[in-house]
Design a protein around this ligand. Structure first.
Ligand code: GLC
Length: 545
């Protein structure tokens, strides 16, 4: 029996990327006042919680995943007091707040790193990071062969000749998690946000924080891996779980765990570790019935032994927008294969994204919805290089298109950019009429006039209407959310399952229409149905017979 406060087991969680959500002060950058002004939108959408991508003070070397101060809000976003207000206001509407914690690294502007640079080689201040002398006769080569996830070496040399490790951008020095102060500080940061009402944390790069202190070269098949999924990591999350459980209403820990092996993945979800983790096997899966059936079955089988609920994720701020991905010949997602300008049928992609929305919202567990997915926004693929900020783009010399294409500010109202994203543009969120507003930090396509919230809210066939209806049903249908499912017999191109009591979902990924199973009522459909047939690339929710 699950406790009533285990809301995270079946929640619909909406990811807000603050910079791109809504801009209340007209500087072209989203902010907390913008989120507050748009809370009614989120209430109407029907979500249970918001996960905020990092909103802390940061030089933005990686969109805020380079944190300079965990206890301060980025000045462009607002102030701490405003975050507290936002958390309280959201909760008054029944919406919980999840904050993003980035344990693997800090910003190079974080006081610890500044102190480490000043204190010099061999100092205790450098022990909190990974400083090493270089290789080669004059130490001119990096200490080992590790690569940055964003391209290039994972090491940067500083003027005194030492190198420091950064598995992401150079502005994100990796912390040494063997160091007791690093562990203590993060537990304090957890308490800081839990004390301010955060209902949970999303743990960034959760499987990557521990390093082999010998920092050996990466070699094919070397086990244990020097920086990935190391066993010592689990002690960290056991300690975090104790912090989470020390509250009268226990807080939830949600891991960003990219691991191909479901058994290794599930170890993070043992009863004394993280509560849930993002399901990247499902996110990366192509639009293929057999592959999706397998991904769903593998997910459920991996979670069952540890008693953790599954999560269902189609998109986030790091991956290609769903309608674009599903409109291509290759419908799976793979960081290594990211490219621009691939032929894309957006109509087909949108149709599939609608079906995928119903599929993912019907599966047992919690579900994550990245802002703009409910509007069916496509990936913006023609951002000029001069406006792209993502280090993934710059560190690969533009070979990797980067992730800014899924981070373009949301279109709210009106017929032209900035589509009400910024205050006073198209009469949106507060302020004095007629004030000049800055351009959004990333330019929005003109074609988004069709995709604004305003347009879609009034259109019964829009993606937004589909999401609103589905999320409403997710609350009213007792079979949805946390629980179990049972597959219904179906052809190989169809995914069909029931959720007791009395609910069924059918998705047709084949090329021919299929007959619906016996049912009493169609609750919701991603397309118009005729003659009880479900057309290709469509899904339906049924009240079962
Ligand atoms: C996670 C975040 C991503 C960030 C990286 C480094 O994968 O989702 O946006 O760049 O960690 O913090």
């Amino acid at each position: 029996m699950h406790r009533p406060d285990e809301w995270w087991r079946g929640a619909a969680i909406y990811q807000v990327y603050v910079r791109s959500f809504a801009d209340a002060n007209g500087d072209g950058v989203g902010d907390l006042a913008g989120v507050r002004s748009r809370l009614p939108y989120l209430v109407e959408l029907g979500i249970d919680a918001i996960w905020f991508s990092p909103w802390y003070a940061s030089p933005m070397a990686d969109g805020g995943y380079d944190v300079a101060d965990y206890r301060a809000i980025h000045p462009a976003f607002g102030r701490l007091q405003e975050a507290e207000q936002l958390i309280a206001e959201a909760l008054a509407h029944g919406i919980r707040t999840i904050v993003d914690i980035v344990p693997n690294h800090v910003s190079d502007q974080h006081p610890w790193f500044r102190q480490a640079l000043d204190a010099g080689p061999g100092s205790p201040e450098r022990e909190r990071f990974w400083f090493r002398p270089g290789r080669g006769p004059a130490g001119e080569l990096p200490p080992n062969n590790w690569k940055s996830q964003f391209g290039g070496a994972a090491w940067t040399r500083i003027p005194d000749g030492q190198w420091y490790l950064h598995r992401f951008a150079a502005g994100q020095p990796d912390l040494n998690w063997q160091h007791p102060e690093v562990r203590r500080e993060h537990e304090d940061v957890l308490r800081f946000w839990f004390d301010r009402g955060a209902a949970g944390v999303r743990v960034d790069s959760a499987a990557e924080v521990m390093k082999d202190p010998a920092l050996p070269d990466l070699m094919e098949g070397r086990q244990p891996h020097p920086y990935f999924d190391r066993d010592e990591i689990h002690d960290v999350y056991r300690d975090w779980r104790k912090v989470a459980e020390s509250y009268a209403r226990p807080r939830a820990l949600i891991g960003e765990v990219w691991l191909p092996d479901p058994a290794r993945f599930a170890r993070y979800l043992r009863p004394d570790e993280l509560h849930t983790a993002f399901n990247f096997g499902f996110l990366t899966c192509p639009w293929d019935a057999g592959r999706l059936r397998e991904a769903i079955a593998t997910t459920l089988a991996a979670h069952a032994p540890v008693g953790a609920p599954a999560t269902w994720v189609l998109a986030n701020h790091d991956v290609t927008r769903t309608v674009t991905r599903y409109g291509r010949a290759e419908t799976g997602f793979d960081f290594a294969a990211k490219a621009r300008g691939i032929p894309t049928d957006l109509e087909l992609g949108r149709r599939r994204a609608r079906a995928a929305a119903l599929l993912s919202l019907a599966l047992p567990g919690s579900v994550y919805l990245y802002q703009g997915e409910e509007l069916g926004l496509p990936e913006v693929e023609d951002l000029p290089a001069a406006v792209i900020e993502d280090p993934m783009f710059h560190r690969t010399g533009g070979a990797d298109p980067g992730r800014d294409g899924c981070r373009v500010p949301l279109p709210w109202t009106g017929a032209a950019p900035p589509f009400g994203f910024s205050a006073n543009s198209q009469g949106a969120v507060g302020g004095t009429a007629g004030t000049v507003v800055a351009e959004p930090w990333l330019p929005q396509p003109n074609s988004w006039s069709e995709l604004t919230v305003e347009q879609q809210a009034a259109d019964p066939s829009s993606m937004l209407t589909l999401y609103r209806r589905a999320l409403r049903l997710r609350h009213s249908e007792p079979g949805l959310g946390d629980g179990t499912m049972a597959w219904l017999p179906s052809g190989p191109e169809v995914l069909a399952f029931t959720r007791a009591p009395g609910f069924a979902c059918v998705a047709n990924l084949g090329k021919e229409p299929v007959a619906l199973p016996a049912h009493r009522q169609v609750l919701l459909s991603s397309v118009e149905l005729t003659d009880h047939l479900l057309p290709p690339d469509a899904a339906v929710w049924l009240r079962s017979a």
